[in-house]
Ligand binder design. Structure first.
Ligand code: NI
Ligand code: MN
Length: 227
């Protein structure tokens, strides 16, 4: 069983192999989040890139829960100095964690950390769960043609930004679905601020008319399960 919960913006909670995993845990200052950073639990935290709306509350949650943070080498270095336990990987590299096999994928974006420190290359994540489900978390990214290569792995679920301005917008996210060919899609990184307001229902109708993917629009704190 694999369960994913959206906390607004790009903040996700995963349950995989019996472990609790937070992705880009931005709770403080996230207007869509129904929960506070001190109310969540995590065994692992995944950070796609260094921007403040993704690193978010990583340090506080990791310290309180003793969670292991997985990110790129540069971001892990920055977190190590703040007393956080980390596991560094890098683009194209995978590792068998207790919750599944996790590979860092390319993302077309920036990654400076909140204090201006160089945060290496931004990433997405491709997770193969202990049950063999394949889940692609694109992170903040523009459209890129190598999404086709990621799609060749056979995706059960793709989580894609649709907000435009900072990441893919609805048009390019539809093209991404066609390259990735996932069974299910969840749109994120929209609606948080005026700059990234989108009509997700309308996007879902277009995706479903133009591909075989099923779109699931979650409310903040709502979950979706794969089995
Ligand atoms: Ni970003
Ligand atoms: Mn972002």
């Amino acid at each position: 069983m694999f369960k994913i919960t959206w906390y607004g913006h790009a903040t996700l909670g995963l349950e995989s192999g019996g472990y609790r995993i937070l992705v880009d845990p931005f709770f403080s200052g996230n207007p869509l989040s129904p929960v506070r950073a001190d109310q969540v639990q995590a065994d692992f935290i995944l950070v796609t890139h260094g921007h403040g709306d993704h690193v978010g509350d990583t340090v506080a949650i990791a310290r309180r829960c003793g969670a292991l943070v997985i990110s790129n080498y540069e971001i892990c270095n920055w977190l190590d100095k703040k007393g956080v336990k980390t596991h560094a990987q890098h683009l194209g590299g995978g590792y068998q964690h207790p919750f599944g096999y996790l590979k860092l994928t390319f993302a077309l974006h920036g990654s400076a950390l909140p204090d201006g420190t160089y945060g290496g290359n931004p990433a997405g994540f491709l997770l193969t769960t202990p049950d063999g489900l394949k889940v692609y978390l694109a992170g903040d990214t523009g459209l890129f043609g190598d999404m086709k290569l990621i799609g060749e792995e056979g995706l059960d679920l793709a989580v894609l930004p649709i907000g435009d301005n900072y990441t893919m917008g609805p048009e390019d996210a539809l093209r991404a679905v066609k390259l990735l060919q996932p069974k299910h899609v969840i749109p994120i990184h929209f609606g948080t601020f005026d700059l990234i307001r989108q009509d997700a229902q309308r996007w879902a109708q277009r995706v479903q008319a133009d591909s075989s993917a099923r779109v699931h629009i979650l409310k903040a704190d709502e979950s979706f399960e794969l089995s």
